[in-house]
Ligand binder design. Sequence first.
Ligand code: GDP
Length: 416
Amino acid sequence: MPSVAAATLGKEPLPVRKAALRTFRDANGAAVDQVVATYYQAPASYTGEDMLEFGFHGGVAVVERALGALIDLPGLGLAEPGAFTRRAVLAGKLDLLEAEAVADLVEAETEAQRAQALSQLGGGVSQIYDMWRAALVEALSAIEVSVDFPDEGDVGSAPERAAAAPIERLSRDLGTALASARAGLQVRSGTQIAIIGPPNAGKSSFLNALAGRDVAIVTDRPGTTRDVLETRLNLNGHLVRVCDTAGLRETGDEVEAEGVRRAQALAAECDVLVGIYDVGDGPGRGPDFFGLEPDLVLANKIDLLPGTANVSCETFAVSAQTGEGLDAVLAELSKRIEHTAPSQGAAVITRQRHLEAVSAAKSALERAGSGLSRGAPPELVAEDVRQAIRALGSAVGRVDVEDVLGSIFSSFCIGK
Ligand code: GDP
């Protein structure tokens, strides 16, 4: 690194971890820009290696000349997405959970996402996984005593009994973490709200009213929304992904029928289902949601029927056009999202990868627990506990790091 500094900033040595104002020069000695350069000496840097940071003025011409000058130096090239964090992981500066938290923090759009990512970045979540692992390592050594000294009276059975309690406790803790997994995943990737209802009920208008802009096409021609249209919104600090769907109706049109099928599939898997109907649509007939049961029902277009009386108390009377009644709907949606979200920063499972690791650990522990109670050979019980330890270790990146590096860093942005 000192050689890169010498080639671009001159012979005068850079101070360590202090900003220095220098002239950046190309290979011919021509000045390219005035820069603030900061030299981080290994191992006290983000990646654990020597690092040199330049603060250029930016601008197309400066960046082009400066990059050209740097790339011409031996051993230098452009960084791939997540290249710095990958190096930090390989140098043991960050574990996998912390590396993922870097990506989540960079991509955080809402306060809830930021808080969750930051608590994961601080190592708090890794500590929980490590604590789980440590308890299991202890249980494993107790069981291994039984494997090593099988013939020594009841030496085998006592340590095994000692292992049963921590295994059971941990299995319960993992179960609790899995039960709240949906909340952590939901904060990270957003709460999915699907809007369903008959054609022309005002689904697209409602989506536009929520978004505060025109994201969906509004027409009085039924059947215009044929695919699922997703909009991301920040609702009181929580990311929500609101999906407008094709109007639910029997149709001979193949494309529209596929839209209806997709709407039904989405309705089955979303976090909050909002059903909307036109309050003037055949009074007394009530809403028809094709057998689906929305969490929230909106009776829309109340501006056309002032003093609407036939709306039941669970239904929100709204006008997507005038905005009447929408505040109450937003308040109800926020309440539901906050109810499912974890208390800030408490989530230990925020990605599918963590969910799979914890599920695998729990299954292995259940096998170990039932093996112990059946009096199964300690070798087999020990193997199940080892699998659980491995699964938890893979979440943090204590084992099998190389296997997951590719998929984790492919989603990173360049420069991190
Ligand atoms: P979608 O097919 O369910 O998505 O319905 P749209 O949002 O496209 O609306 C269908 C028609 O109803 C359009 O002409 C809208 O302008 C109209 N519309 C939607 N909401 C309201 C409302 O609250 N009041 C009135 N008067 N018209 C509305």
